[in-house]
Design a protein. Structure first.
Length: 152
């Protein structure tokens, strides 16, 4: 391990960099912006994929969420980069292409919902099923309110 820390400043940095890499793979691996007709359908497909991924390896999920949540100054830049990538992926999926300012704001809220609920999961305050349901329900409520406000 001593050799590794000559190249990376901290364990949190390394985990956040791995998270950034995973988000880039998710982004490149599928046409999320064209995968379905409506924003809700596209976000559901992306969410289903993400849920399956984090449930496949809960220990890795725990390590990455902790690194994201409890970062130090050595990892702040790479954590911010990971957050920007997932928010951009959510915004483009929501928009079905180039996101608006509103899409970006909504995506930031959805990303925070994910982080809060994954934090509850790794803290054993929610089961995997409860975590998935909470994220899905919160996302659907946001989209329903967004649809209502755009028609008003």
């Amino acid at each position: 391990m001593g050799t590794l820390y000559r190249f990376v400043p901290s364990k949190n940095y390394l985990l956040a960099a791995a998270l950034t890499r995973q988000f880039r793979r998710v982004e490149a691996g599928w046409g999320w912006t064209a995968s379905a007709a409506t924003p809700a359908q596209r976000l559901d497909q992306l969410s289903d994929y993400l849920h399956d991924r984090w449930q496949t390896d809960p220990l890795l999920t725990e390590a990455m969420v902790k690194a994201f949540r409890v970062t130090d100054r050595t990892a702040a830049d790479v954590v911010n980069q990971a957050a920007a990538i997932i928010e951009d992926l959510l915004a483009r999926t929501l928009a079905g292409g180039t996101p608006t300012v509103v899409d970006r704001r909504v995506a930031a809220v959805i990303a925070d919902i994910w982080l809060a609920n994954l934090t509850a999961f790794i803290g054993q305050r929610a089961t995997a099923a409860q975590t998935r349901e909470r994220i899905t329900e919160a996302t659907r409520r946001i989209l329903a309110n967004l649809a209502l406000s755009s028609t008003a």
